[in-house]
Ligand binder design. Structure first.
Ligand code: OSB
Ligand code: MG
Length: 360
């Protein structure tokens, strides 16, 4: 699916998504999930082709052999696979959707538990990629602020950082603003990152290496701006370690990156216990992954606006119906229908499907 506008991070530019979707079927009921890896192994080690093989050859056969009592058991059944958390998480999320549909409850309620009263709307921000020019960036930010989004995240990298953020701040002195480096810096850049303190950013996301929390802890002692970890946090255990050594003040939770809802809930709970707020990250998802992110964002410690935004920012036509829309207050209404709560646009989905395999 071609993106409406290219998306550039410190590790590269994406014009078109190749998305792996998962349908799980039991007793005639379907659940759907999305594997949120990129087209290349640049954000983490996974990519479209690896996810396909892991799901087909390792996850599906294992699930089919098992008798599942609930979706919470899926993560344990794939725990023997090292890494590949997005492939595992995409399948796991499909089973949560299936369970919610079988129970006739919204996915938000299924993940929150029978006693939960999930919030009815979630606060939204946008993630804006590196642009060809500063005026182009300022124009894009202006459009999203006018649309009502509650905070703006901009991507940075060496050569597109302090000076660019200064221009953004001059143009938009009062917006809630943050920057995401996707691991583009090292501790040797600490003085440059320190320059960002003057802009009153809500946080700086994943400035240092994808697998490095000790350096983040060191950097945090030198910065006033809170560090938010993304790539580094793949489990609740890693979240606890990062919090313990003060490597971050905020955590971005991505369903795929941590391997699905069960672990996402654990990361959420661990952060909550330590007074660390979380928000829901995005991976340029189609409507299915987006709907799962909306459900995840209803958990109580998701107190900051996430990267969950309207379908039309990504797609001319989404594969769900209706498309995800954002209110003028920068919120998304949480759907109340069973499962992830949107219909699939089957005709359109078929028209963009390039490969389909069934494991039975
Ligand atoms: O680091 O949050 C990230 C997109 C692809 C890979 C990594 C990231 C992102 C985003 C986009 O920031 C969030 C979105 O709008 O889906
Ligand atoms: Mg990020």
């Amino acid at each position: 699916m071609p993106l409406v506008h290219f998306f550039e991070t410190s590790f590269g530019r994406t014009y078109e998504r190749k998305i792996v979707l998962v349908e799980v079927i039991a007793d005639g009921v379907s659940g759907w999930g999305e594997i949120t890896c990129g087209e290349n192994p640049f954000y983490n080690e996974e990519w479209t082709a690896s996810a396909w093989l892991i799901a087909r050859d390792y996850i599906a056969p294992r699930l089919l052999k098992s008798r599942l009592e609930d979706a919470g058991q899926v993560a344990g059944l794939t725990g023997h696979i090292r890494g590949h958390l997005m492939a595992r998480g995409g399948v796991e999320a499909a089973v949560w959707d299936l369970e919610a549909r079988r129970n006739g409850v919204p996915l938000a309620k299924q993940i929150g538990g029978p006693d939960s009263t999930p919030r009815t709307e979630i606060p939204c921000g946008v993630s804006i990629g590196i642009q060809d020019s500063v005026p182009q960036l300022l124009q894009k930010i202006g459009i999203e602020v006018a649309a009502g989004y509650q905070r703006i995240k901009m991507k940075i990298k060496p050569g597109w950082d302090v000076e660019v953020i200064r221009e953004v701040r001059n143009a938009f002195p009062n917006i809630r603003l943050m920057a995401d480096a996707n691991s583009a810096y090292t501790l040797a850049d600490a003085n440059r990152l320190k320059c960002l303190d003057e802009f009153g950013l809500m946080m700086i996301e994943q400035p240092l290496a994808h697998d490095e929390i000790i350096d983040h802890a060191e950097l945090q002692t030198r910065l006033k701006t809170p560090i938010c970890l993304d790539e580094c946090i793949r489990s609740a255990h890693q979240a606890e370690q990062a919090i313990r050594i003060r490597a971050c003040g905020i955590i971005n939770i991505k369903l795929g990156r941590v391997g699905g809802f069960r672990e996402a809930k654990r990361v959420h709970d661990a952060a909550q216990q330590h007074g660390i707020p979380v928000w829901c990250g995005g991976m340029l998802e189609s409507g299915i992954g987006r709907a799962h992110n909306i459900a995840l964002s209803t958990l109580p410690n998701f107190t900051l606006p996430g990267d969950v935004s309207a379908s039309q920012r990504y797609w001319k036509r989404d594969i769900i119906s209706p498309a995800v829309e954002v209110s003028a207050r920068g919120t998304i209404a949480v759907p109340t229908a069973p499962g992830f709560g949107y219909d699939l646009d089957h005709d359109f989905l078929r028209s963009v499907t390039v490969l389909e395999e069934t494991v039975a």
